[in-house]
Each structure stands twice: as structure tokens, then as C-alpha cells.
Design a binder for this molecule. Structure first.
Ligand SMILES: Nc1nc2c(c(=O)[nH]1)N[C@H]1C(S)=C(S)[C@@H](COP(=O)(O)O)O[C@H]1N2
Ligand SMILES: [Mo]
Length: 356
């Protein structure tokens, strides 16, 4: 890692207020990211919440709105799932020309084991009306936005999911086996597997069933992209994670010995089914060789991989590119689609190493 990076608790500081911390490359190589090293992306100051006073309210298009406290929630049947969270702007630093927004390298992604109660359990108890089309997840965090197009006054962080996505969602109160730390959403956050992490609302305070599409700030003016449909481009909320493979070792610019046998390592993930193949090219994409997938495949969690590479005999620059394929047939695009704006950055990104 470069020496001039500012660190906090081992993570790279991208912003102090709001707090944005990136996971360093060398910590992306374990299946479970240690909680301390898990990336952080906040939009407002971290709310201080007293667990004993915390309540989650379920309301809107339901027959019996109700409130639940922390003890009641944690007594319900729970499940534990490994889920990879990726910020939709992860990799933004590689965009040319440069765009506004947090300049993530590749570490706006991490994987943890989340324990919580299925969202469906609470909606069943409330009795979801047939008029409900979306569920709004609202966080406790709030503030003013530095954007002339934003609503006047303070807003809360909020995001919606369509009813058909409800069955995947978990209301998590533990991360890697212990209470969530404040920066990751204490005491309860949503985990929306397979979607960009913006949907995984932290510091949950309200769950609102609605009969209209929710056009909140964080899914229209922010965290959206232009989807082409025939003659028209429609502003569409970011949802499914796009398939991607990253190289975590060697690092960009690292020196490697000429003619040596190197183990190239990395991670790959997708929002659709499972990763079935990762390939590596060391000749700018003319030839691809299959990498070895490590461990077992777990839905919505990344898959680590390794590849044995014989470094060139001649000194100079060498290029490595990784490319993933999933069981739904998706692979990474070679070029960038401009309609994606500053999000969903998964086009093939070569890294250069210095052969000596
Ligand atoms: N309440 C709330 N939830 C939020 C956010 C936020 O600022 N406030 N940021 C979102 C974004 S953009 C990301 S990438 C993830 C980051 O989760 P983490 O900080 O636990 O890594 O949280 C999402 N959930
Ligand atoms: Mo994000």
C-alpha cells in the first residue's frame, strides 16, 4: 500500500465527515473480512442509539402496525448468512474522465456473516395489504444535503425495495457473531443480498409499506443510472450488483521477480446466482487462463480465487486482468457504459506490475 494514505483502524480514510473508510487491498483476501477492517460508507453523522430505548416501527399499508424493541426482535427466529456488501461507486478511481464522488480504489467491498430476522417475519406479523408495492427502509441518520436539487431541510437516509425482494432481506443485529458496531448500523440494519449496499439501510428506525413507488433522494438524484429502453433512457434506481473480479495480490505497481512463479490472488462476486469461472489474462486480453476457485460457493458472498503465473523473463511492465463469469451467464464488459454515470464500475480493469 502507498505510504501517503491516511489510515484509521487500518482502513484508508476517504472522508472524515461523513465518515468513509476503504478496506485496504491486503485485507480483501480472506473470506470473512474482520469487522474492524470492513469498509464504511456513511452520508450523515453516526447516530448515537441506546439499545434499550430503540424501537423499530412497521407501518403503512399493513393491517396491524406495530413497534418492536431490541429484546423482542432478537428473540425471534434468526438466520446467519455471509453476504458481500459493495458500494455502487467502488472502483470509481479508475473512471476516465474523472467523475465526482468518493474516489474508491477497489476496497469499497467487504464480506461478513450477518445474523438477523427475516424482514418477512415482521411484515407477516403486521399483515401486509395487497395494495403494498414497495417497502421503505428508513434509517435514524439525517442531515442537510449540499445539493441544490435535494429537498429543503433535513432528510433521513432511506431506500425502498420492491415486494418481490422482501424474502431475501434480513434485519441484522450481529456482524461476525457480535453486536453491530456503531458505524455499521447499531443496533439493527437491513442486509439486502445481491444488491448494491446502498439498499442495506443502517440504523433502522421505520419500515413503511407503500402503495406508490418511493422516489426518495437516494434512489433518484443519487444512486441511480440511465437505463435505455428503446428510444428512451429512464432514470432507474441501482439494484443488482454487477459481476466483478478484482486482483488483490500482487498490488498495482508491485515489483515482481522476472521469470518467477507467482500466485495471483483475488476475489469475485455477482448479484446473480453464483460465480462459476474466473480467468486471468497476462497479454492484455488476447488469451485467458482459468483460475482456481477456493472454498465453497455461497450465494451472495464473494468467492476467493488463485492463479499461478509465470512472470515474464524480460524486465519491464506486465499487465494482469481478471474476468469473472456467473451461472446466469453474465461476464464483465470490456468497455465502460457511460449511462452508468459514476456507478456500477465492473468493466475489465488491468493492473500493472513491474518485472525486474
Ligand atoms: N442509514 C444509512 N444506511 C446506509 C448508508 C447511510 O449513509 N445511512 N450508506 C449506504 C451505503 S451507500 C453503503 S455502501 C453501505 C455501507 O455499509 P457499511 O458502512 O456497513 O460498509 O451502507 C448503506 N446504508
Ligand atoms: Mo455505497
Amino acid at each position: 500500500m502507498k505510504d501517503n494514505l491516511q489510515l484509521r483502524d487500518g482502513k484508508v480514510i476517504l472522508s472524515e465527515e461523513p465518515l468513509v473508510l476503504e478496506t485496504p487491498l491486503e485485507n480483501l483476501g480472506e473470506f470473512i473480512t474482520p469487522t474492524k477492517l470492513f469498509y464504511v460508507r456513511n452520508h450523515f453523522p453516526i447516530p448515537t442509539i441506546d439499545k434499550s430505548k430503540w424501537r423499530l416501527r412497521i407501518e403503512g399499508e399493513v393491517d396491524k402496525p406495530f413497534e418492536i424493541n431490541f429484546d423482542e426482535l432478537t428473540r425471534l427466529e434468526s438466520r446467519e448468512i455471509p453476504v458481500t456488501l459493495e458500494c455502487a461507486g467502488n472502483g470509481r478511481r479508475f473512471l476516465e474522465p474523472k467523475v465526482k464522488g468518493v474516489q474508491w480504489n477497489i476496497g469499497g467491498v467487504s464480506n461478513a456473516a450477518w445474523t438477523g430476522v427475516p424482514l418477512a417475519t415482521l411484515l407477516d406479523r403486521a399483515g401486509l395489504k395487497s395494495s403494498a408495492i414497495e417497502i421503505i427502509l428508513e434509517g435514524t441518520d439525517h442531515g442537510l444535503l449540499d445539493d441544490p436539487k435535494a429537498p429543503r431541510g433535513e432528510i433521513n437516509f432511506a431506500r425502498s425495495i420492491p415486494i418481490k425482494k422482501v424474502r431475501d432481506v434480513v434485519l441484522a443485529y450481529q456482524m461476525n457473531g457480535v453486536d453491530l458496531p456503531p458505524e455499521h448500523g447499531f443496533p439493527v440494519r437491513a442486509i439486502v443480498p445481491g444488491w448494491y449496499a446502498v439498499a442495506s439501510v443502517k440504523w433502522l428506525q421505520r419500515i413503511i409499506a407503500t402503495d406508490k413507488p418511493f422516489n426518495g433522494y437516494y434512489q433518484t438524484l443519487d444512486y441511480s443510472f440511465w437505463k435505455r429502453e428503446g428510444d428512451h433512457a429512464r432514470l432507474t434506481a441501482l439494484s443488482d450488483i454487477q459481476i466483478k473480479a478484482v486482483i488483490t495480490s500482487p498490488a498495482e505497481g508491485e515489483t515482481v521477480a522476472a521469470n518467477s512463479n507467482l500466485r495471483v490472488r483475488g476475489a469475485a462476486w455477482t448479484g446473480h446466482d453464483e460465480i462459476i469461472k474466473v480467468e486471468v489474462s497476462s497479454d492484455n486480453g488476447s488469451n485467458w487462463k482459468e483460475a482456481r476457485l477456493m472454498g465453497e460457493s455461497k450465494p451472495n458472498a464473494w468467492r476467493l480465487w488463485e492463479f499461478n503465473w509465470q512472470a515474464p523473463a524480460k524486465a519491464g511492465q506486465a499487465t494482469l486482468i481478471a474476468r469473472a463469469t456467473d451461472s446466469a451467464g453474465h461476464t464483465q464488459p470490456t468497455t465502460r457504459d457511460a449511462d452508468r454515470g459514476s456507478y456500477m464500475i465492473n468493466h475489465l480493469a488491468p493492473i500493472q506490475v513491474d518485472v525486474r
